[in-house]
Design a protein around this ligand. Sequence first.
Ligand code: SF4
Ligand code: SF4
Length: 428
Amino acid sequence: MSLPCNLTQPQENEYLNCIRCGLCLAVCPTYRVYKTETSSPRGRVALARKNLEGELELTPNLAEQMYACLDCLACNDICPVGIRPADLALEMRHVQEQIRPSGWKDTLFGELIAKPGRMKTATLPLRIYQSSGLRRLVYTLHLRRLLPARLRDLEGMLPHLPRRPLRRVLPEVTKAHSKSRYRVGFFLGCAQSLLFADESAATVRVLARNGCTVITPRDTVCCGMPAAGYGRMDLAKAHARFNIALFEKTETDVIVTDCATCGSKLKEYGQMLADEPEWVERAAAFSAKVRDISEFLMSIPLEKPAGRIEARVTYHDPCHLRRAQKVWQQPRALMQFIDGVDFVELPESDWCCGSAGSQLITHYETSLAVLERKMDNLKSTGAEMVASGCPGCQMQLTTGIKRRQMDVKVVHPIVLLDQAYAAEENSQ
Ligand code: SF4
Ligand code: SF4
């Protein structure tokens, strides 16, 4: 049975040229765990092809293989003939959504994640859990060990939450400390605003210190990655159009983000809206301005901090920074710019940590199996800190560290630079 012709679906050239060489198997985290063909990129390409050619139904089992992909992009990078299995898996999720729409995704991505005010309300119980002292009590009395393992892991990944989302606290315009040399739009992602507000506050301080006037639009909505990851390209495109129009009003030279996932999606807006005449140029112009914070800072004359950070630090590459944006040297350079940092490479630093946004919730065993290897590698470095510029990776690493009871701190690279500037001020 062939698929209805009005569906948006992958083109033949996205799967026909697979020569079944198997190179992608060697880099695939899900294949490494399960060692089955269907859990590999090559298997996913074959399944997609059989479905698109009408030989296999798009059953829940087939769709599940597409959802089990971590979207780590390692297979895209290695394929010698240009097949992009990771992209194909996402497109197949989109095909499934068109055939069998899941109503809850409209609510989650359209009515909740796209509405910052509602996100704030939805996360209120977590803030109460923390600010009421209940969380401290749970830790002090060692009550976490009474929780079922999965719930304990999810609790453990929670960072220290801000009292208010940073989008509500940051001024829309932060002036440069000295002469303003750059007008920078700051894309403050949802997770950064709601969960990692301290990091993004550090980002803005570092930018302002380095001659940037920082414009942070309050009404920014989700970058679109979660909706796209669950097959709702329509909602992801709606988020993209909204953000583009919003940032056009800021008239900035560059758009910076400190979230690897947001950055990779923002850089795709041009491609996502390429077939919409009204948006194609605006989206391309927007994407061309987007920079990861480390990418931007290492492209300008960065002020050397006089303060020191005395710590052995390693670095985990977020897939959506290293593979999607090809940004991997800059975060390392940024940290090694700070005196006192004893930087040590993490073995397999570019292997996925198993987070992939929500895999610890949706594919718990797989996510943990992938994480365990990351933890073995982390332990081998003897590092006191592991840096990573992605909220999902940071939470996943935190879970792994708590499970192993390791004494390692998870940080965003920008926080180290901010602390080095602060250390210098404190010593004056
Ligand atoms: S997807 Fe690419 S790397 Fe993987 S088997 Fe096919 S041709 Fe080889
Ligand atoms: S994106 Fe990663 S997890 Fe998904 S098929 Fe490719 S290598 Fe495997």
